[in-house]
Design a protein. Structure first.
Lengths: 198, 248
């Protein structure tokens, strides 16, 4: 369903966003044009600036328009603890939800040998430099709880061991408020294997 | 009455119930779905679409991972089938750490040696045994060699290790041999394989570390020749990983 003209082009372009199909794209386009042209302009302007200016933090590889992101530049945070995550979105989620006050390192992916994604694609040279410099005392591995996430965590754990840095993996298991009866057996067996002494 | 009857026939010929299976590879599809490359026991390698399994309330996301023995139900006659149900088959042994990389390797081998929709129940059973053995880190090498030999054999490439066809005599444990992909072992002064080693590999006696080293060399020669110059991605990545972790 390719509509011609600028309006059609706009609707088509909006479809590139996640969760936006042709119907929602149509609503967005009409809303901006009929009701909110000023904000549409602002949106377009911000979008352009963001696409042009936002790059990767030189220290942790998260998204930022500066050389160093806000977290890395913040001196009140603990520079000796680093949390490893797969994507910049994970940095936001963890920072909002936890009391973690250290720094992050973003892999932008995970080790996935079957897709040909190896250490070089994950910027691990940069992480290794930081480990070798001796400024890091502890690594927290917060990669996803998938087979690839586990493989990535294991590999970075080995790197940490090589540089005598302690590394820990975030816990997985029964969700908060979860009833055992309704939990899938994979998660439950993982929770059993990862039980801790009280 | 005709219509429902027809629909029933249509359903039975395309529905598969609780088929023993392992997921070889999964990739994200759209917002909440996954496309799975699955090894089933009776239907070979199949591509499945698992709809809506990446939602936060999904009950199956934890199960849809490689190396977990599953029973999968699916529907459809097209190349991409729709997954309808998945259950875990206990007991299962979780692969952890280095074993995961071995697991990725055997998954890639399966992807190379087996074509889609080509059933090989024996290979499925060997795969299952291999995954169980890989969970025990002391058995890793033997498990991989066993699986490689079984896979090559059942995929239709015979592996003959007992007889020197060129000299028309059985293997002598004291002599050395070179290995030809078509003819098998051939006696040679400068051969890389020992007669005793090849005999041990043939009878799957992997308790001697030296035999394991020879078996690895042999299977690498065999597999590489079938790959015809194609590189295994898992092997490439593995060598990079070893380089990263070992150069202290």
């Amino acid at each position: 369903m390719h509509k011609k003209g600028l309006l059609g082009e706009l609707i088509q372009s909006l479809c590139c966003l996640p969760g936006v199909g042709p119907k929602s794209a149509q609503r967005m386009a009409f809303h901006l044009l009929q009701r909110d042209r000023n904000r549409g302009k602002l949106l377009a302007d911000t979008l352009l600036r963001a696409i042009d200016d936002i790059g990767y933090c030189q220290h942790c590889r998260t998204l930022t328009e500066e050389d160093l992101c806000g977290i890395c530049a913040n001196d009140s945070r603990d520079h000796s603890i680093v949390c490893i995550v797969e994507s910049p979105a994970d940095v936001w989620v963890i920072d909002q939800a936890t009391i973690f006050r250290g720094q992050y390192f973003v892999l932008h992916g995970r080790l996935s040998p079957l897709d040909g994604l190896g250490p070089d694609e994950l910027g691990l040279d940069l992480l290794e430099q930081r480990l070798a410099s001796g400024s890091i005392k502890e690594l927290i591995l917060a990669t996803n709880s998938t087979v690839e996430g586990e493989a990535t965590a294991y590999f970075i754990g080995e790197l940490a061991k090589k540089h005598q840095v302690s590394a820990s993996r975030i816990a997985h298991g029964v969700p908060m408020g979860g009833e055992l009866e309704f939990i899938d057996s994979g998660t439950l067996s993982h929770a059993f294997n990862g039980r801790k002494v009280i | 009455m005709k219509e429902p009857c027809k629909a029933w026939v249509l359903m039975t010929e395309t529905a598969v119930y609780l088929q023993p299976a392992f997921i070889l590879q999964h990739r994200k599809f759209r917002e909440t779905s996954l496309i799975l490359d699955v090894l089933t026991r009776d239907y070979g390698r199949v591509s499945l679409l698992a709809r809506g399994v990446r939602k936060s309330r999904s009950k199956t996301a934890g199960l849809l991972q490689p190396f977990i023995p599953l029973a999968i139900s699916y529907l459809g006659r097209m190349e991409l089938k729709i997954m309808t149900n998945v259950e875990i088959i206990p007991p299962y042994h979780q692969l952890q750490g280095a074993a995961l990389y071995s697991g990725f390797y055997i998954n890639e081998l399966i992807g190379f040696f087996l074509h889609k929709d080509d059933p090989h129940p024996e290979i499925f059973n060997h795969y299952r045994e291999c995954v169980i053995d890989l969970a025990d880190s002391s058995k890793t090498e033997a498990a991989l060699r066993n699986f490689e030999i079984d896979l090559v054999h059942h995929a239709g490439y015979g592996l003959q290790l007992n007889y020197d066809l060129q000299h028309n005599q059985p293997l002598d444990s004291l002599k050395t041999y070179k290995f030809d992909i078509e003819q098998g072992p051939i006696e040679a002064e400068d051969g890389k394989f020992s007669g005793a080693g090849l005999q041990a590999i043939s009878s799957r006696e992997f308790s001697d570390p030296q035999v394991l080293v020879e078996a690895k060399r042999l299977m690498r020669t065999v597999i590489d020749s079938y790959l015809q110059g194609k590189q295994l991605k898992t092997r490439l990545i593995m060598s990079k990983i070893i380089k990263h972790t070992k150069n202290a």
